[in-house]
Design a protein around this ligand. Structure first.
Ligand code: 0X9
Ligand code: ZN
Length: 416
């Protein structure tokens, strides 16, 4: 009923194209603290409703839910919360303004970086475009003999999906760590953190003496570019669906393990649309084929997302824990400790279903269940929305690298 009411109201006010990319102007970020399951259920009724974007949802009692609400629905939603005695506060007054400011400061930083002769390559002072990411990888491989660039294929719109291998050479079947980022287009801190890790790793030879690293800093380049040029909140890929006005698939619901069983949608306009079939998306196929081509040598998998500071392990499709949960947890605890030592950032550790919600078709579950990895984690990086100041790129990269080192050391010690 609620769904129908808002959809009808919105359609009356805006044209079909805009309906599904709700205006950011006057959009508010509302943080909700729920006191019982009933209140939680009430709030979650709005999930999937047009003009409501649930940026952060968690099952943890001491955490809160973050939702972006269009200007049109703000007063109605606040009233509904008040009527149900649900506590909330506005933590983003105007998301549109935030995005405008981000875009201006981005351009200033980019121009300054490009003017400086000493720094021809990306310098972590702004969020790079996809071309800049690829150029960075190619440049690095030219100046470093331990870095090789490879492509896992092209995206739907034809963008090259590049990655780097960092290796001391020798045998091709050394145990490996795979890191990817950017599956959700709008989570901009993810690709920069992967790039930062690359920049640090090349200088830490001991970390790639016995194992290889594969890093794919942007596995949804079409969505990422769209989030830069058209709509900052874009999450999905950009392939057409059966509904012309709702393109794109949530690639993190598109992997072929327990596909569509829970926490995913078969409606193309939803943010968690799982696609017409498992691996319908060429981007997910490319990741799948790359992992399978490594014949089980990938032992550890990290996939970067934002936000919330969660270190999540499988399963995402069930609240049951995997057999190796004690190992998954203990390595994560060690990694989190190392990360926290840098500047006090704390992460919550647990299975993604138990910490967030059940959602099948994620890359993390597939890489562990089918791809052969023993350790698999979704890293929800810091932020207070998907918009995070560019000055945090380096500190987030720095602290996350400490955790990455722990995962690398574990892989070296246990598999090499
Ligand atoms: O829902 C997701 O895809 C991830 N959270 S996000 O806010 N970045 O969208 C969490 C994925 C956890 N893993 C699985 N559910 N398999
Ligand atoms: Zn994500």
């Amino acid at each position: 009923m609620i769904r129908f009411f808002f959809a009808a109201a919105l359609v009356a006010f805006v044209c079909a194209k805009d309906v599904y990319n709700p205006s950011l102007k006057g959009m508010q970020g509302i943080s909700i603290t729920y006191e019982n399951e009933e209140q939680l259920a009430f709030v979650l009724q709005y999930e999937g409703v047009l003009g409501f974007d649930f940026m952060k949802v968690t099952r943890l009692a001491n955490d809160n839910i973050h939702v972006l609400v269009t200007a049109f629905q703000v007063p109605i939603f606040k009233k509904a919360l008040e009527n149900h005695g649900i506590k909330y506060n506005v933590f983003i007054e105007d998301f549109g303004k935030l995005v405008e400011e981000e875009s201006i400061s981005q351009e200033i930083a980019r121009v300054a970086a490009h003017r400086s002769k000493a720094r021809r390559t990306y310098n972590f002072s702004y969020f790079p475009r996809h071309k800049e990411i690829n150029n960075y990888l190619v440049d690095l491989s030219k100046t470093n003999e331990n870095v090789t660039v490879f492509s896992i294929g092209k995206s739907y719109e034809g963008r090259e999906m590049l990655g780097v291998k960092i290796s001391s050479g020798g045998s091709n079947d050394k145990p490996a760590v795979l890191i990817d980022a950017g599956i959700h287009a709008r989570e901009w801190i993810a690709p920069t953190t992967a790039l930062y890790a690359i920049s640090k790793l090349v200088n830490e030879k001991s970390l790639y003496e016995k194992i290889d690293w594969y890093i794919l800093p942007q596995i949804n380049p079409d969505g990422y570019e769209y989030s830069h040029t058209e709509y900052r909140l874009w999450r999905k890929t950009r392939s057409p669906s059966e509904l012309s006005y709702c393109p794109g698939v949530d690639a993190n619901r598109n992997f072929g393990f327990k596909w569509m069983e829970v926490g995913a949608s078969d409606y193309p306009c939803d943010e968690i649309y799982a696609g017409s079939e498992a691996f319908s998306e060429v981007e997910a196929q490319n990741v799948r084929d790359f992992v399978l081509s490594k014949n089980g040598t990938i032992k550890t998998y990290l996939t970067f997302h934002s936000y919330g500071q969660y270190l999540l392990h499988p399963w995402g499709y069930t609240s049951d824990l995997p057999e190796n949960e004690p190992v998954l947890r203990s390595v994560a605890v060690k990694a989190e400790k190392a990360l926290a030592a840098v500047q006090g950032t704390r992460y919550t550790i647990g299975s993604s279903t138990n910490v967030l919600y059940a959602a099948a078709g994620g890359s993390d579950d597939w890489v562990m269940a089918v791809g052969g990895a023993d350790l698999s984690y979704t890293v929800e990086l810091p932020g207070n929305s998907f918009v995070i100041p560019a000055r945090r790129i380096k500190p987030v990269g720095e602290e996350t690298f400490e955790a990455i080192k722990v995962f690398g050391e574990y892989t070296s010690e246990n598999y090499a």
